[in-house]
Write a protein that binds this ligand. Structure first.
Ligand code: SAM
Length: 267
């Protein structure tokens, strides 16, 4: 089994559509706005969207660099790339590439700015991926990485043991479910400097489909329900338990995203 097989299975057509819905919720729209406030992107720049997914960040980058700039967007999953391309029909400055972030199809020192939201945690050999990122960035260029530490997840329920079991299963959806706590050192080892970190919290008091957790609950139940030794009954009971907290007026979900901003040093 290749490292990317699990990612490709998660982002098939159904997974891509499910992710797009979650990433259009106000929680994630607001997250994107906060990220773009930290991103040093200007008209005319060469920008890179790494693991572009549904293309929401690609479109925002295209608008920021304008017609005089260029955005290269890469993703490993064809359904994601197709969705992203449909989102950018009027942006000739965007080029899409099916590629693994370990081997990007770009010359050295090609980009002024790069963005990767929720992508590096999917890659087993992070250090090689960050060295590849350093290769394609220009001296002085900015990179912005967003990842989640799933141990920051606080979710009210009645059965804590079952919640722990579900989170244990869910942590298998990526090779690095606690990546942010090592990113500062990893970025420095890959040759980046001026590393800054920020948190973006999600906080939901309802489990409606227009919230991040209301979208994620089905995503998590499907993934863990399909795992051997976990199974659909566990996932269904867990989902019913968490949802029942809302009926009782005690729904509580919180999770932190971590944003790392760094620069490739000037030669
Ligand atoms: C959780 S989604 C995030 C999408 C997008 N960055 C966003 O925030 O809207 C993760 C994306 O990373 C892509 N991905 C994961 N591993 C990858 C790899 N090794 N090379 C390229 N893309 C990858 C997936 O296919 C998926 O589209």
């Amino acid at each position: 089994m290749k490292d990317t097989d699990s990612t490709l299975a998660q982002f098939d057509q159904t997974g891509a559509e499910r992710l797009e819905k979650i990433y259009l919720t106000p929680d994630v729209v607001q997250q994107r706005e906060q990220i773009f406030q930290l991103l040093d992107v200007k008209p005319g720049m060469q920008a890179l969207d790494i693991g572009c997914g549904p293309g929401l960040t690609t479109l925002a980058l295209a608008q920021a660099v304008g017609g005089s700039g260029q955005v290269d967007a890469i993703d490993i999953a064809p359904p994601m790339l197709a969705m992203a391309a449909r989102r950018c029909p009027a942006q000739p400055q965007v080029k899409f590439h099916q590629a693994d972030i370990l081997h990007m199809p770009f010359a050295a020192a090609a980009f002024d700015v790069a963005l990767a939201t929720q992508v590096y945690e999917y890659v087993a050999d992070i250090d090689a991926a960050l060295r590849e990122l350093a290769r394609v960035m220009k001296p002085g260029a900015q990179v912005l990485l967003v990842d989640t530490d799933w141990e920051s997840c606080v979710w009210a329920c009645r059965d804590e043991a079952r919640m722990r079991r579900m989170m244990q299963g869910w942590s298998r959806h990526i090779p690095h479910p606690q990546l942010p706590r090592t990113l500062q050192q990893r970025l420095q080892r890959a040759g980046f400097a001026d590393v800054q970190a920020h948190t973006i919290p999600f906080m939901n008091m309802a489990c409606t489909p227009d919230t991040f957790s209301g979208g994620m609950i089905g995503f998590i139940a499907k993934f863990v329900g399909d795992l051997p030794n976990f199974g659909p009954q566990l996932a269904a009971d867990w989902q019913a338990d968490v949802r029942s907290m809302e009926e009782a007026g005690g729904y509580f979900f919180s999770l932190s995203r971590y944003v790392f901003v760094a620069r490739k040093p000037l030669d």
